[in-house]
Each structure stands twice: as structure tokens, then as C-alpha cells.
Design a protein around this ligand. Structure first.
Ligand code: AMP
Length: 428
């Protein structure tokens, strides 16, 4: 047996290889353009925060904090954690930087890695990439509608079809604690039939029993009371308005009374967007979010309503790859190839190449290849329209030969006019 130690990525972590970057870039571009359109500003918070930000924010009884958080003591003795999600860090930043003095709501977005020590399975990673949108400081239902719409738009922009928005309301502190009692009573008499996790949840957070994936728990929940019937007047009115916005926006939503989401801070609206796939390979929710009117106060800030969503970029990229969603042609494929022959031409090509870069004109090359034939072969494979041939004669006399690969026609262009002329050709 080969005992040689091979270094490899940690369980649940992965490289985004060069050939996969096109998908990552496409997601980033969609998130950036849609958040920009709705005037959300980018924020970047540290990957490492005081563990308290999440134990207080995400919630001490949540799976994320209890089982999945990468936390450790620093050499100085501080208990810190790699962020398992963005919202508590952004809320911390809002408070720390006095953002209540800005016009409300403060609309923020971000994107980057989060860390959860999850059981590895399809669509679940321990280092996961998320995008995140947050609107802090507004309690109106139109904000919930906008967050849902933006999440949906991002997925649409990435060519997702058959999207389904699942929505529910889990009420506020008051109506929820009343409902929890009703729910606890219902499940108590059926406790022995629940899975061991749900037996624990019965004590800590009976709402989580509603979204347990175990079949036996799902059978029991089907007879359980539904929170929607126990909302207080204000929460009921808010939810009704959110649904009216979704109707107005003609978004495809369904009510899911079992949707509660795994984080403690949610109040009122919760939602998830899933793709019903023909290939059957549903990876769970692509985006999830909701309102969290209590979080900022819990973290030491003022009473500030807020609503947000997070999207799973790994899952989105996996599905894009599966569908072979094509990268943007304009971005990925240069239309010009620069071929060179001989030392002098090679030297001058480097400079010319730099001039093209400064003019933002993408140009392909294969400086490592010496023969013109192999360079033309590369150009052919790339499917470029024009090849600039820079040989001995051209280099000495300061001109370049331009070959139109579609027609085979060649012409000569003065070296100091090449960039300008090619710019005009690419534009036309
Ligand atoms: P959450 O922060 O749990 O509300 O999750 C938001 C989105 O992030 C989910 O809808 C998933 O698409 C994605 N996500 C959550 N956990 C993971 C994970 N372990 N691996 C990959 N994606 C994840």
C-alpha cells in the first residue's frame, strides 16, 4: 500500500478551479448589478469575529452555533469564530458604525466565504460561498417584498427557471411564544415518536420540529397546529401585505406552513427560493432569508427592524455547471490574436500587448509558441476574428499584418495606429 501522504483539501472544502471561475464571475456580476440597481452598497466585514456576535445573533440554541461553528481561543484568550453567516456581522457593523444616523433603511450587500462544520453531503460544504443582501431600519412590508424580488431576480438573471418561492410568517416574540406553547403541547404527547434531535428541540425550540427532514417527524407534524392561524393582528396584517406585494410583482410563491428557518433571530416573514429541477437534482434552497426585527437590539443596538437574504453560491454554481450555462461570450472570448515571429517582434509584441490592455481591448496570444503555424492553429481554436501577425519584417519596418480569419484577407497597418484601428474594428 502506498503510504505516501497526499495533501488535499479538508473535508467539505474545495477549490474553485480556473475553468470554474467563469461561473463564479457570472454570479458576482449578477449580484453586483442587481444590488447596484436597487441602490444597495457593498460592505465587507471580517471573516473572524468575536464568537459572541454569532452566539447572541444567530442564536445559542441553533444548529449553526451549537454544532457547526468553527470557534477557538486566540493566543490572547479571546473566543473567536469564523463567520457561519453574514447577518450578525453586518448588524454588528451597523451598530458599531452608528449607521442609524444615515437615511433609513441602510441597504447593504456582500459576498464571500462562510464556514460551517456541517455533515458533508451534496450541496453542503464546510467552506461555503454566500451572497447576502440586508435592508436595515425599515419595518414596512414593501422591504420584505423587495428583498424577495431581488433574490428572485438574481437567480432569474443566472438563467434559473422553475423557481419556487416558499413563504411563511413565524410571527414576532409575542405571538411566537404563545404559539410555541401550543406546539409544545401538541408534540409532548407524541414525544417518543420523534427523532432524538426533535426530542431535544421540543425543549429548546419546538418550531424547528416543523422543518425536520426525518420522515417520522414529518408524519407527526402534518397534524400540528399552524402558526399562520395564531399570528397576532399586527403580524397577520404585515404578512398579508407582503403577499400582496408578491402578487403585485407576479412572483411565483407558495405558502409553506412548515418553513421556520434555522436561525433564532427571524421574525414575521421567512422565505426560501428553490428550484424544481427536471433532472431531479434539487440541492435544497438556493436563497433563504426573512425579517429580523429583534436582532439589532439583541446585539446591543437600538430597536431596529430589518430584513435580508443569503444565497448559496456553491449550489448556484453547481447547477449552472450542470446546465452548462454559457459564460458571457463578450467577456470570455477575445476577438484578436497577436502572433509574433523572431526575437525583435517578440520584444515589441510585449509592449503592444500592454497597450491593448491599457485600452481595455482583450487580446489572446501564445508567446510561448515560436512557429507561425502553431500560433495560427491556436487562434483558429479560439475562434478569433482577427490575427495580428508581427514578424521580422514587420518589426523592422514598424507595421503589422492584419489577417481577417473569416475572409482570409490581409492588410498592413502602421504599428502606432494598430490599437486605434483595432478598437474601431472590435466596436463595429
Ligand atoms: P442560510 O444562511 O442557512 O439561511 O443559508 C442561505 C443559503 O446558503 C442556503 O439557501 C443555501 O443555498 C446556502 N447554504 C447554506 N448552508 C450551506 C452549506 N453548508 N453549503 C453550501 N451552501 C449552503
Amino acid at each position: 500500500m502506498d503510504k505516501k501522504l497526499r495533501l488535499q483539501t479538508l473535508t467539505g472544502m474545495r477549490d474553485i478551479l480556473p475553468q470554474e471561475q467563469v461561473y463564479f464571475k457570472k454570479v458576482q456580476k449578477s449580484v453586483e448589478s442587481i444590488t447596484n440597481y436597487y441602490d444597495f452598497k457593498r460592505i465587507d466585514t471580517p471573516i473572524l469575529e468575536s464568537a459572541e456576535v454569532f452566539s447572541k445573533g444567530t442564536g445559542a440554541t441553533t444548529d449553526i452555533v451549537q454544532k457547526e461553528m468553527y470557534s477557538f481561543r486566540t493566543k490572547g484568550g479571546d473566543l473567536v469564530a469564523l463567520r457561519p453567516e453574514f447577518t450578525p456581522g453586518i448588524a454588528r457593523s451597523y451598530i458599531e458604525n452608528g449607521m442609524y444616523n444615515m437615511p433609513q433603511p441602510v441597504k447593504l450587500w456582500t459576498l464571500g466565504p462562510c464556514f460551517r462544520y456541517e455533515r458533508p453531503q451534496a450541496g453542503r460544504y464546510r467552506q461555503l460561498l454566500q451572497f447576502d443582501i440586508e435592508a436595515i431600519g425599515d419595518r414596512s412590508a414593501s422591504i420584505d417584498g423587495q428583498i424577495i424580488q431581488m433574490s428572485y431576480d438574481i437567480l432569474k438573471d443566472l438563467s434559473f427557471k422553475n423557481l419556487n418561492i416558499e413563504v411563511n410568517s413565524i410571527g414576532d416574540q409575542e405571538c411566537r411564544s404563545h404559539f410555541k406553547k401550543i406546539l409544545t403541547n401538541y408534540f409532548k404527547s407524541r414525544k417518543s415518536s420523534l427523532c432524538s434531535d426533535c426530542q431535544r428541540r421540543l425543549k429548546e425550540n419546538p418550531l424547528r420540529i416543523l422543518d425536520c427532514k426525518e420522515e417520522k417527524c414529518q408524519r407527526i407534524r402534518s397534524g400540528a397546529p399552524q402558526i399562520i392561524d395564531h399570528l397576532c393582528e399586527a403580524c397577520h396584517a404585515h404578512f398579508k401585505q407582503v403577499l400582496e406585494f408578491l402578487d403585485e410583482l407576479e412572483l411565483p410563491y407558495v405558502l409553506n406552513p412548515y418553513l421556520v428557518r434555522g436561525l433564532d433571530y427571524y421574525t414575521k416573514t421567512v422565505f426560501e427560493i428553490v428550484e424544481k429541477s427536471e433532472t431531479g437534482a434539487i440541492q435544497g434552497a438556493l436563497v433563504g432569508g426573512g425579517r429580523y426585527d429583534g436582532l439589532l437590539k439583541v446585539l446591543g443596538g437600538r430597536d431596529t427592524p430589518a430584513c435580508g437574504a443569503a444565497g448559496g453560491i456553491d449550489r448556484i454554481m453547481n447547477l449552472m455547471k450542470l446546465r452548462e450555462v454559457k459564460p458571457d461570450k463578450k467577456d470570455e472570448k477575445p476577438m484578436i490574436f497577436l502572433a509574433q515571429l523572431g526575437q525583435l517582434a517578440k520584444r515589441k509584441s510585449l509592449k503592444l500587448f500592454e497597450e491593448f490592455r491599457a485600452s481595455k481591448i482583450p487580446v489572446a496570444e501564445s508567446f510561448s509558441k515560436d512557429s507561425l503555424r502553431s500560433q495560427l492553429n491556436s487562434a483558429n481554436k479560439m475562434g478569433v476574428k482577427w490575427v495580428l501577425i508581427f514578424g521580422q519584417k514587420e518589426a523592422l519596418e514598424n507595421f503589422i499584418t492584419l489577417r481577417n480569419m473569416e475572409t482570409g484577407v490581409q492588410e498592413e497597418i502602421k504599428l502606432d495606429k494598430v490599437v486605434e484601428e483595432m478598437k474601431a474594428k472590435v466596436k463595429s
